[in-house]
Design a protein. Structure first.
Length: 425
């Protein structure tokens, strides 16, 4: 079956055509500058194998972008999709795994728009457009939050008035779940283990967003992101963890304008806010190595960025218990040896021994950069969210025997506080 995977952004539409179950990528590309006209024309960058072509076409909506993508694929009978799979950022508490889309699911998706107002609406609009154009083609929604559906109640609950939190759906949901699940599956293969027996900490360190995930018996038990992707690590432009009083103070300074506060915390903070010149930590590392006027500020920014990762890594190693591996993935995790070394430095007592030469020597991924005597393996694995989405869609359509739309009972999610009390009494 050819599964066409869509990753819908606010003004872009990334796509990959993947043959399942062989997992062979047949074609892919990106529709860019979707929506109102911009300084440069809208275009589709399309590739089949190593051959790439650029098509300048007006695309005022994601529905039209979908039509243009299908035109390119229909030029070769071998590239006709038999199913569509959509990345949806937020599944709330409604969706615990990938789901085949029908009218009832569409109503549920509409009810979740407020939880991710920038991401869910364009994805939902694209799904509806695809259904209208190709009602005969099965569609599957794959949620970034679904892998974190196994986070236990004591870990996802915020200490707010219970009735208020329940009514408003305020709790930790976690994000980057598609990536965390994929690298966990790949790590289990590398280590020769069943996923159900893997315990690890996954470090998804992107050039934009970033999060850590604590994994016990193959399941997510905690994620540094929370009700929204704003919580947790210092990211490119997101602040990560803050005292809530800071947000209230900012709200007062902005004369009660929540949009202004949201813009500060999501778009003007993080690495960009600290360094002031760039939000890419790679630029900051380069500046810190030079004797420029920004070197001191760059060094301070790096210190804040790394401190937050190390703090959460230590906490999650405690949550996981006996970890099999720490996994680094996404742009920074995969390509910046300095960050991997600095994050793991001095954590020998926690079982992390990095082989410095192996870490800094370029090599094909996946790669184990741990020293031979390291109790915990340190793995660098290239994430592939499109393939991960295709896997979940294939399973949801009956292509894999282990998926029925339900989450299997947990085989261990960390010890609940009551269990800890009984054990230490």
């Amino acid at each position: 079956m050819n599964v066409l995977v869509f990753n819908c952004g606010s003004s872009s539409l990334k796509y990959r055509l993947i043959e399942m179950p062989s997992e062979r990528e047949l074609a892919g590309g990106e529709a860019q500058r979707v929506g109102p006209p911009t300084a440069e024309p809208a275009r589709i960058v399309h590739h089949v194998g190593k051959a790439e072509s650029v098509h300048v076409v007006p695309m005022s909506s994601h529905a039209i972008a979908f039509d243009e993508v299908m035109k390119r694929l229909r030029q070769d009978a071998r590239l006709i999709p038999q199913a569509l799979a959509h990345r949806v950022v937020h599944g709330g508490a409604l969706f615990r795994d990938a789901v085949r889309i029908d009218d009832a699911v569409m109503k549920q998706l509409e009810s979740l728009r407020a939880l991710a107002p920038l991401h869910n609406p364009p994805a939902t609009a694209l799904i509806e457009a695809c259904r209208q154009r190709h009602p005969e083609m099965p569609e599957v929604a794959v949620f970034d939050t679904a892998y974190h559906a196994t986070i236990p109640e004591f870990a996802y609950t915020y200490p707010l008035p219970r009735a208020m939190a329940t009514q408003l759906g305020i709790r930790k949901y976690g994000f980057h779940g598609t990536s965390h699940r994929y690298v966990a599956e790949e790590a289990a293969k590398l280590l020769g283990k069943d996923l159900s027996s893997l315990s690890a900490v996954s470090c998804h360190l992107g050039s934009g967003g970033a999060s850590l995930c604590a994994i016990v018996n193959g399941e997510s038990v905690d994620n540094t992101m929370g009700f929204s992707p704003l919580q947790g690590l210092v990211m490119s432009t997101r602040s990560g963890d803050l005292d809530p009083a800071v947000a209230m103070n900012l709200l007062t300074l902005n004369q009660g304008d929540p949009d202004g506060v949201e813009a500060v915390l999501n778009k003007r903070s993080g690495v960009l806010g600290l360094y002031g010149v760039s939000g890419d930590i790679r630029d900051v590392i380069a500046a810190a190595r030079q004797s420029s006027g920004n070197a001191a500020r760059a060094a301070q920014t790096i210190g804040v960025y790394l401190w937050r990762i190390r703090k959460y890594l230590g906490a999650y190693l405690a949550v996981v218990g006996k970890a099999d591996a720490v996994i680094f993935t996404d742009t920074i995790g995969e390509t910046v040896p300095y960050v991997r070394a600095a994050v793991c430095a001095g954590l020998d007592d926690l079982g992390l021994h990095v082989d410095a030469a192996r870490n800094r020597t370029p090599a094909a991924l996946p790669l184990d950069i741990a020293a031979a005597d390291s109790p915990v393996r340190v793995l660098v694995i290239a994430t592939n969210e499109e393939l991960a989405i295709a896997r979940r869609a294939w399973a949801a359509l009956g292509g894999a025997a282990d998926q029925s739309g339900e989450v299997a009972p947990s085989r261990g999610r960390g010890e609940a506080p009551a269990e800890l009390l009984r054990r230490t009494a």
